[in-house]
Design a protein around this ligand. Structure first.
Ligand code: ADE
Length: 244
């Protein structure tokens, strides 16, 4: 998979060299290209922002450097176009489902906004030739899109074949498969500082263990994410309807 990231802080993305994502890049599974937006500015101050039309606080990223950056990375008459992801708190939510969808793309480009965001015409221009998604990683506001890109790239990269040693671990985790949160996990020793591993996990009875884990998933989800439990209940009810 090819990844292009345009930002005024390429050094923020240094974390992409570390851990599983870094390994995937070194092995060639990921082909990562970082670009400094200021490469496409021509004034002495390498200006990327200006005051907002209509007034208001803060600055807006100018469209010209963005247009040139997109044209350089993905020429309009090129043989293929990336899917463009624009991180913004005003975007559609980033979910595990979207991570799987993005993991199936051959080429993703990320446009990191700063200040109050990027001039609204840039997504319209890009949308003429590539799929554009404005995406939020959560209901809080960061100073820019860079950290959101790190989050999304890590979530997507670990789904690519060959990135995670044991792909079975993907199907058991939170936000995958049944839509419930993952059950708690334990390892040796069986007793630690007065806390014991639940007996059932030492029983060797795989049927009982599976039942216990499922019950723990439901209990956790009810306590922490009742919204997810409601969706899970609807899905289970739907399945029952289909089979009755
Ligand atoms: N940029 C600033 N806040 C953000 C958020 N919550 N998600 C994605 N990009 C952002």
């Amino acid at each position: 998979m090819r990844l292009d990231v345009v930002t005024i802080f390429p050094e923020y993305l240094a974390a992409l060299d570390v851990s599983l994502v870094g390994k995937a890049a070194k092995s060639g599974l990921l082909d990562i290209h970082l670009h400094d937006l200021r490469e496409w500015t021509y004034d002495r101050h390498r200006t990327v922002d200006d005051t907002p039309y209509g007034g208001g606080a803060g600055m807006v990223m100018k469209p010209e450097p963005w247009g040139e950056a997109l044209d350089a990375i993905a020429p309009p008459d090129g043989p293929a176009q990336p899917r463009l992801i624009v991180p913004t708190p005003a975007g559609r939510p980033f979910t595990q489902e979207l991570a799987y969808e993005l993991a199936a793309e051959p080429w993703l480009a990320f446009a990191c906004g700063r200040y109050e965001g990027i001039d609204g015409r840039v997504t319209s221009y890009a949308g003429e030739r590539m799929r554009v998604d404005e995406v939020s990683i959560g209901d809080y506001v960061l100073n820019g899109g860079e950290v959101a890109v790190l989050v999304m790239v890590e979530a997507v990269a670990r789904l690519l074949p060959g990135v995670i040693g044991n792909p079975e671990s993907l199907s058991e985790e939170s936000h995958s498969g049944d839509g419930l949160l993952e059950y708690p996990v334990y390892t040796k020793p069986p007793s630690w500082r007065g806390y014991d591993v639940p007996d059932v996990l030492l029983s060797g009875n795989h049927g009982l263990i599976a039942t216990w884990r499922h019950a723990e998933s439901v209990r956790r989800t009810a306590e922490r994410r009742p919204d997810l439990l409601a969706a899970w209940g609807d899905a289970v009810a739907g399945k029952d309807d289909a089979t009755s």
